[in-house]
Design a protein around this ligand. Sequence first.
Ligand code: PEP
Ligand code: MG
Length: 541
Amino acid sequence: MRTVTGQSISSELAIGTIRFYRHIKNIIGSAVAANPNMELTRYRAAYQTSMEQLQNLYNKTLEQLSPAEADIFEMHRMLLSDNRFHHAIETSIIEENKTAEYAVYSVGQKLWERFIAMEDPYLQARGADIQDVMNRLLFALSGKTESALDHITEPFILMAEDLTPSETVQMNSSKLLGFVTRQGSPYSHTAILAKTMGVPALMSIDIDEEWDGHLAIIDGEKACLYIDPDDALVQKYQLKINSGIKRREELQKIKELPAVTQDGRRVKLFANVNTPADLEAAVEVGAEGIGLFRSEFLYLNKNEYPDEEMQYGIYRNVLEKMSGRHIVIRTLDLGSDKKSPYLALEPEDNPALGYRAVRICLNQPELFKVQLRALLRAAAHGELHVMFPMIVSLREVRAIKDLIEVCKEELQKKGLPYGNPILGIMIETPAAALIADDLAKEVDFFSIGTNDLAQYTLALDRNNARVHTFYDPHHPAILTLIRMTAEAAHRHHIPVCICGESGADLTLTKAFLSMDMDALSVAPNALLPLKKTIREISLSV
Ligand code: PEP
Ligand code: MG
């Protein structure tokens, strides 16, 4: 047995087999081909290799499992040899001068998007097969073996050098028990995604590819990973996991009860979600609504920016699914660590201080207006709160409000119905907290993003693992800015919520309630433990 330690994002535990994940993004590389003929030869060789691999997998599965399971690989062979798919890749290489990797990825991605948008659940599910086939070709091009994650049917612990937020969001699988990575910081978006999924994640682990396929235990509390644990340790952790399940079941008893302190102070509890799939978890824990819907995660894995119709459908669905609950959708917070291929963001020396969130939206209003019109149209179907990230000035808020008016005129001209969303901003920069009185006159609510507020107040990159021990959300400067924001909000009679990770920090709950927070918004898994703490607090003692 080996024990390694790292940094942990939560106290969760997991026991399972490690699966090593190789990045597709590392395989794709540059888009433009120096020699298209050579790329075509490479593609044809990879195609051949993939066809042979699938034939072998078919034979092996037929022998060891059943014809039904073997058929999956036969279907993948058919997808791979589909003339249109094949032709589109070759055309992209020869006529558009693309590298083999880029051509495979872009053609595969487009096809995948078409399938997952289909109504028929059977056809929709074929999207995953297209991704499998695309990944197989990419790995064949790289000369490496296929990703260890393909065709996994058992629950697993995912191990990787690093994971981007877009890769993590794609992993929202019922089979995923936890993450182990070498890179990454516990305050990154990847860590936040893992929290929303309710699984443990260890970072700064000196990972070893050899562990692929080995049994391991993640102890989030001790921030350690046991590889090849003995039976006694597995049993000990299984007991701990079982008592965790019991504790969670116990907490279900307070699901319908209000979040109210012993001395009668009531606070609203909302959930933070990143994808429509997370809504279910929010409902399950009795969230009074969604305090933060990070809309950018809907767009991260796409090749093209989703059009107004598609966005409208998604937002409307969120409102309908949450039937009358409080909903706050945050507009695109792309840039920094969240990059979409269609935005073609250039590398920056200081991405967290760079082209990000409303800076992109205000600089590229045509892109922003698509989202705004979609949100306005969705607001015709129920009360919708819309909030804007990374605000530092009044000028930005006014520019956004002007754009909203332009969007309303455009919708009116087209005869499309729209509603009037309730508008708010995130207070996640020291500048915004310091001018909160002025900002409060312009908007209907504030939501405090403590993750970025800490990053910008402490001058500390939240994604940089080397400095994360200096990242201190309890720093008095941050708590002072939070208090100032709450006071400014209440002076102007608007509600204020905390939607950053500090909202789930039970050692800060009493302080936040004393500051008169109207609501706290946390990952679904963190909601009931938070409610329990609130119900035990007495503010007067
Ligand atoms: C925050 O910054 O606290 C926040 C909630 O937004 P995000 O973590 O998505 O940047
Ligand atoms: Mg933020």
